[in-house]
Every structure is written in structure tokens, then in C-alpha cells.
Design a protein around this ligand. Structure first.
Ligand code: HEM
Length: 492
């Protein structure tokens, strides 16, 4: 009897265990099925984002990282982005993707590019991908719009536009460039990009904060020189992470110094003729904005102008005909100068450097510095039968235009003469190296002048050659993995 009961008990427990196992099994299957359904839905949503219309064709890549790795693949200096070219040939001039974790539409059609610039602040706004804003010290000021943007633009143009340069900067820039080149040349060889960066920051610091002690100015210069964009080249290399760390520390250091200068001015009530004062005074703005904008100017100026200057020198040296014509132009300026001790005048720069301006335009075109311009849609935007949903990033691929054989014959050839007789403006549908519309670079004339001054003092005072092994690559920004070195000696 008791054996029977025990058997019954055992089978009852076995049944109970089985039922429990079945339940766990069933629940696991249900949970797994639910997870699979949710993931599939998420994957489907990832590949087919919501849109109140027809999205441009394209693929969104892998979940989370999208097509970011493909976008960052390095390519040859004399190439157009394979990422863009491949997709253009597959999907046409407007396509969708996901880069930097943002749903993005890439625009390669020149008419659409101009339209994007035209609709700045109504349908599109300037916006940087998250990874960039982090290093540049994320702040709303970086994407200033409307009134604050207009105000900032006016200030930068007052200082760095033709009038400001002529009245307030040219003399110092000319002397500084002559002296800087002389000091670098004394060592017989130097990195042009690094030397150019130092020159630019040296000219800018007194314009930003004019009352720094010599020691503080030198400190700020070193901080700005430590900032670079090398970090974004690769997620996987240790040197990129080190560079990112250095850039973050540099950003922090620069902000601290600007904050200190701002606080001291507020306390003392002193007025100065510099950018910090002008941004502080004109409009009631919060301190964060003032500090960020003061900091942003050297960041925007340094690694742009110094790269174009380095490549301009390299192109000139590799093209003897260009070098001779350039030297002829600058020797003539010296010969015709009435006051032999005066530096380069505004009239000389504007009236007697026509070939130099053609050389600079050609270098700007070939360096093709900004592969894309970043914008974000403020509303759903209808373009060429497609809808770009509100909040999406838009990459305006202006760089394609500069290598388009339909616009520039033999586009990879360095040929300053192609600019002969042309109006050398900073913006046209074929020439968007300084952007366009309301965001057109306010430092364009400063950059041109700085390169012209460097070339003037170089070709009139020195014999020079470029290190043959130094190459440029694109990742997709231009970089010089081993620097860009010049061997130099005074003309005998
Ligand atoms: C060869 C040198 C340079 C190139 C190729 C260049 C290129 C550009 C481009 C393409 C933009 C527009 C970005 C966009 O629309 O998204 C821009 C904006 C800007 N650049 Fe430059 N730049 C150069 C030099 C400079 C210099 C020397 C300065 C300062 C002195 C400067 C200050 C700025 C500022 C403040 C902006 C933002 C303008 C705005 O938001 O309205 N840049 N630059």
C-alpha cells in the first residue's frame, strides 16, 4: 500500500516536474519569439525608417553603426570619396544612409546643394554629428541660429573681412609671416602645416583677447596647437584615442583661459578692441555662448588654412612653370615698391597678385577640404520627388563639384591658368570650398591673405624644396601622416 502510494507520489512529482519544465519551455519559446519579433521589427524599422512620403533610395547599413566605417575608409588624395561615388552610381544623386548614428541623406546634385544653402534656417540648419560636438565641447552655441548667428557672423566679418584685414590685421600678419618664416628657415627644414598653424594662431590670439600677458598668450597658443582632428581617423588605433584625449584636454584648457579673461573683464569693467569684448557687449548673451564662439574661431581657422597652404607650396614646387610665374609676380612687386622697407600693402595684395590668387584658388579646389557640409532638416523637406524627414542629417557633398570633369577639365591637374580672366569669388555653383549661403566662411579672405603673404616671403627670400616622401591622404579629411616638410635656405 505504502509502496503504491510512494509510486503514485513519484509519478505525481515527475508529472509536476514535467509540467513545470513544459511551462518554462513554453515561456522560453514565447520570450524568444517575442525577442525575435521585436528585433525583426527593430531591424525592419532600422532599414525602413518612418517617412511621410518617399525616402530617397539607399541602405542604412548595420544597426547602430550604420555605414559609418565605410564613410571613414581612407582614400587617395586625388580621389573622390568612394563611399559617395559607389552609392551615387547605384542610387543616383540623392541617397539615404546612416552615419555617426544619424539617419542621413547625402546630396550630390549641385542645384539641390544651392537650394539647401538658400533655405538655411527655414528648412535646414547647420548641425554637427554627435562625435564632433563632444570634442568641440558640446554646447548649443555651436549650432547658433537666427539672431545669435547673424551677430556672430557680423563680428567675425568685421575682424576678418576685407575691411578688418586691411585696417587692423595686414601689418601684423605680414611682419609675423616674414619673421615666422625666417625663424623656421634657420633650422634648414620644417613642417609647413605646423608652422602655418602657429602663424595663424599667433595672429588670431591678440584679436580674440588683446590683454593677455605674453606668457598667457604663449600658453593659449600651445593649447590651440595641441587641438587637432586626427582622432577621428580611426576608431581602432591607439594614436587616435591619444589624439582625442589631447584634443579634449586642449578644448578644456582653452575654454578655461577664455572664461578667466571674461570673468576678469566683467569684474574690472575694462573695454578692449577685440573679439571677446565685441561678443560680450553687443547682445545680451550668456557666458557659455561668448566663450564658445571665441574658442571656435581659431579651431575653424588653423587646420583649414594650414593644410591648403602646405599643399599650395607642394604644388608650386612640383610645377616649375607655376613657380617661375609666381616668382616673377612677387619679384615685380618688390621692384615696384616705392618704400622698400614697407611690408606688403593691401593694394599690392589686391592689384598685383593676380597669378597668386589663381594659384590659391586652384590649391583650394584641389585640396577640397570639406568633403561634405553638415545640415539637419527642420521640417519634412520635399526634394526631387523624395521626402527628407524632419530631424534627419543632410550631407551636402560640395567636394564632388570641384573634381567634376564636366566643370573642370582634367580635374586632378594643378593648373592655375584655368582661373585666368575669371572672377575669383568665394562662392559659385562650381566653387563651394568656403561653403555657401548664410554660413559662407567669414575667414575666407583671411585664409587667402595668409597664404598669399606666406608665398610672397617664401619665393622672394628663399630657395626651397619639399620632402618627397610626405604624402597627403583623405580619411575623409585631408591629413599628412608624416607631416609636410620643407627644406629651405636663404637665396644667395
Ligand atoms: C582655407 C581655409 C578655410 C576653408 C577651406 C574654410 C572652409 C569653411 C567652410 C566650408 C565653412 C562652412 C561650413 C558649413 O557651411 O557647414 C566655414 C565656416 C566657417 N569658417 Fe572657415 N574655412 C577656412 C578658413 C577659416 C578661417 C581662417 C577662419 C577664421 C579666421 C574661419 C572661420 C570660420 C567660421 C567662424 C565659420 C562658421 C561660419 C558660420 O557659421 O556662419 N575659416 N569655413
Amino acid at each position: 500500500m505504502s509502496r503504491k502510494r510512494s509510486e503514485q507520489n513519484t509519478s505525481f512529482h515527475t508529472l509536476k516536474r514535467h509540467t513545470k519544465m513544459d511551462m518554462i519551455w513554453n515561456v522560453s519559446i514565447c520570450v524568444t519569439a517575442l525577442v525575435v519579433v521585436l528585433i525583426s521589427k527593430w531591424l525592419y524599422r532600422w532599414s525602413n525608417p518612418k517617412c511621410n512620403g518617399k525616402l530617397p533610395p539607399g541602405t542604412m547599413g548595420f544597426p547602430i553603426i550604420g555605414e559609418t566605417l565605410d564613410f571613414f575608409k581612407s582614400y587617395g588624395f586625388n580621389e573622390t570619396s568612394p563611399f559617395i561615388l559607389k552609392r551615387m552610381s547605384k542610387y543616383g544623386p540623392i541617397f539615404r544612409t546612416n552615419v555617426f548614428g544619424s539617419n542621413t541623406v547625402v546630396v550630390t546634385d549641385p542645384d539641390v546643394m544651392v537650394e539647401v544653402f538658400r533655405q538655411e534656417n527655414t528648412a535646414f540648419v547647420f548641425s554637427l554629428p554627435g562625435a564632433f560636438t563632444k570634442v568641440l565641447q558640446r554646447d548649443d552655441a555651436i549650432v547658433n541660429h537666427g539672431k545669435t548667428h547673424k551677430h556672430f557672423k557680423q563680428i567675425t566679418l568685421n575682424f576678418f573681412g576685407p575691411d578688418g584685414l586691411k585696417k587692423k590685421l595686414l601689418g601684423n600678419m605680414d611682419r609675423g609671416t616674414y619673421e615666422g618664416l625666417k625663424s623656421k628657415a634657420s633650422s634648414g627644414s620644417f613642417d609647413v602645416k605646423e608652422a602655418a598653424g602657429t602663424l595663424i594662431i599667433r595672429h588670431l590670439i591678440p584679436k580674440l583677447i588683446s590683454d593677455l600677458t605674453a606668457e598667457a598668450a604663449e600658453n593659449l597658443l600651445n593649447i590651440f596647437m595641441a587641438f587637432n582632428l586626427d582622432w577621428y581617423k580611426s576608431f581602432f588605433s591607439l594614436s587616435s584615442w591619444k589624439s582625442l584625449y589631447r584634443s579634449l584636454m586642449a578644448s578644456r584648457g582653452a575654454m578655461k583661459m577664455i572664461t578667466k579673461a571674461l570673468e576678469s573683464r566683467k569684474e574690472s569693467g575694462e573695454k578692449h578692441d577685440d573679439i571677446l569684448n565685441t561678443i560680450m557687449e553687443d547682445v545680451v548673451l550668456d557666458d557659455k555662448y561668448v566663450i564658445f564662439q571665441t574658442y571656435a574661431i581659431p579651431i575653424a581657422a588653423k587646420d583649414t588654412t594650414s593644410v591648403v597652404m602646405s599643399m599650395a607650396v607642394k604644388y608650386i614646387k612640383n610645377n616649375p612653370k607655376v613657380f617661375l610665374e609666381l616668382k616673377r609676380e612677387h619679384d615685380a612687386i618688390l621692384q615696384n615698391r616705392v618704400d622698400k622697407n614697407s611690408g606688403v600693402t593691401w593694394e599690392e595684395y589686391k592689384n598685383n597678385m593676380t597669378f597668386t590668387s589663381m594659384v590659391i584658388n586652384e590649391a583650394l579646389r584641389l585640396v577640397n577640404l570639406a568633403p561634405v557640409m553638415f545640415r539637419k532638416t527642420l521640417i519634412d523637406v520635399e526634394i526631387k520627388g523624395y521626402t527628407i524627414p524632419k530631424g534627419w542629417m543632410v550631407f551636402v557633398a560640395t567636394s564632388l563639384r570641384h573634381y567634376d570633369p564636366a566643370v573642370y577639365e582634367n580635374p586632378f591637374e594643378f593648373n592655375p591658368w584655368r582661373w585666368e580672366g575669371q572672377n575669383l569669388v568665394n562662392f559659385s555653383k562650381s566653387f563651394m570650398v568656403f561653403g555657401g549661403g548664410m554660413r559662407l566662411c567669414p575667414g575666407a579672405e583671411f585664409a587667402r591673405l595668409q597664404i598669399a603673404l606666406f608665398l610672397h616671403h617664401l619665393v622672394t627670400n628663399y630657395d626651397f624644396s619639399m620632402a618627397q616622401d610626405d604624402e597627403a591622404t583623405r580619411t575623409p579629411l585631408v591629413s599628412f601622416p608624416s607631416g609636410m616638410h620643407m627644406n629651405i635656405s636663404p637665396i644667395k
